[in-house]
Design a protein around this ligand. Structure first.
Ligand code: NAP
Length: 365
């Protein structure tokens, strides 16, 4: 195997060149990021690692491989201040908080961290999809100079946010945005053809880890609505989650039961999906879980019957699809498609944002 390229970070006048990182979240994505960092080829130093109850810090740098075990053995106790102090004590040129949690509390601190001069790199969508006021606070804090890396929040790092921002910066207005933004819902409806009960596929998807432990989190559409808001905002449209008409797939009778009861009674979904499928099939269509947005601000998330010529009809696996129709891509949309879930690609999006902080890093390639 060829050696990884050696990156040379931007070296300041006093010789400092590296990137100090505090990683919040040592779960699926956080763990994958540590494995990527362990492969080397970067100038990132891990000075803190935390989960919801414990943390470990070392301003000189924790070993990427040993850090999860160190965290597991740490005493119970969490202090964001101690983690930020480790960043300050690191003496590194760049100080970054990486959020690999799904925590609303952590998301609520992003703007504060940015305003204190820390860069934030996140897979957690809650801050970027928050209410318009909270989002404006985040933007204002970032506009003052601190980097906000959100590539991992949509499409598990497929280059859709960067593309939308680039088109917007070039004055190319978004006319319509359409796509399949959920890996789990993509997989479910790519597989569903009416021959096997939907609930059986749902259990299989859960066993593969495609869905959240509580699949209603996927089925309710809220996560897709958040992604739609983040994308629309990247294209210059200040919409809110409340502006998105979301058609959830969980019947009222299953919304308030515990996960085990939901899984045991998931068969109640079968008739609903089978009827929708049969109606679509009768017209020569298939069902896809689509998110749509247009320049008039209309935003919708839910099941849609699409024809065989629709790009979503040709999806496979857990692929995501983003079709961007703009003033300059009007005759045919600009389409971005590919795996839209998975720990490794999501962690790679986080790493890409970390590397983007060091502008001179390609000089040595
Ligand atoms: N998995 C994917 O394929 C994927 C793809 C794209 C985006 N994402 C996003 O990435 C984020 C992480 O997903 P995941 O699958 O890695 O979740 P996960 O496996 O459940 O891990 C979440 C981690 O966050 C920690 N945590 C929770 N609250 C915290 C706090 N206040 N401070 C520090 N750590 C805290 C948890 O600690 P405890 O163990 O102590 O609770 C756990 O280590 C989510 O926002 C998710 O939507 C995931």
């Amino acid at each position: 195997m060829s050696a990884l390229p050696k990156f040379v970070g931007l070296r300041l006048a006093d010789g400092r060149s590296d990137t100090a990182v505090v990683l919040l979240g040592a779960g699926v994505v956080g763990g994958a990021l540590l494995r990527l960092l362990s492969a080397g080829g970067h100038d990132v130093r891990l000075v803190g690692l935390a989960n919801s109850t414990r943390q470990c810090v070392d301003p000189t740098g924790l070993d990427f491989d040993a850090a999860p075990a160190l965290l597991a053995q740490a005493e119970v106790g969490r202090s964001d201040d101690a983690l930020l102090a480790a960043l300050d004590a690191s003496g590194a040129a760049r100080r970054v908080v990486v959020d690999a949690t799904a925590s609303a509390e952590t998301a609520s601190r992003h703007a504060d961290w940015l305003s204190r001069g820390y860069a934030v790199v996140t897979a957690n969508k809650i801050a970027a999809a928050a209410s318009a006021d909270a989002w404006r606070g985040l933007r204002a804090a970032s506009a003052r100079g601190a980097f906000y890396g959100d590539a991992a929040t949509v499409g598990a790092g497929l280059p859709v946010l960067a593309t939308l921002r680039r088109l917007h910066a070039c004055g190319d207005a978004l006319v319509a945005l359409e796509g399949v933004f959920s890996g789990s819902l993509s997989w479910l409806f790519n597989r569903y053809d009416g021959t096997r009960p939907f609930s059986s596929l749902l259990r299989e998807a859960r066993a593969w880890g495609y869905t959240e432990p509580d699949p209603r989190v996927d089925l309710c559409g809220a996560d897709v609505a958040r992604k739609l808001v983040i994308l629309a905002r990247a294209a210059g449209h200040a919409i809110d989650v409340d502006d998105v008409a979301v058609e959830g797939l969980v019947p009222a009778s299953l919304r308030d039961v515990d996960v085990e009861t939901f899984l045991a009674r998931a068969g109640e979904l079968d008739v609903i999906i089978a009827e929708r499928h049969a109606a679509a099939l009768a017209e020569g269509y298939c069902l896809r879980h689509l998110a749509t947005f247009d320049a008039n601000g209309r935003a919708h998330v839910g099941l849609v019957a699409v024809g065989a010529d629709h790009p979503a009809a040709r999806l496979s696996g857990a692929d995501n699809l983003f079709a961007l129709t703009t003033q300059r891509y009007r005759a045919r949309p600009l389409v971005i498609q590919g795996p839209g879930a998975g720990a490794d690609v999501t962690a790679q999006a986080l790493l890409g944002d970390l590397l983007a902080l060091a502008p001179a890093r390609f000089a040595a390639l």
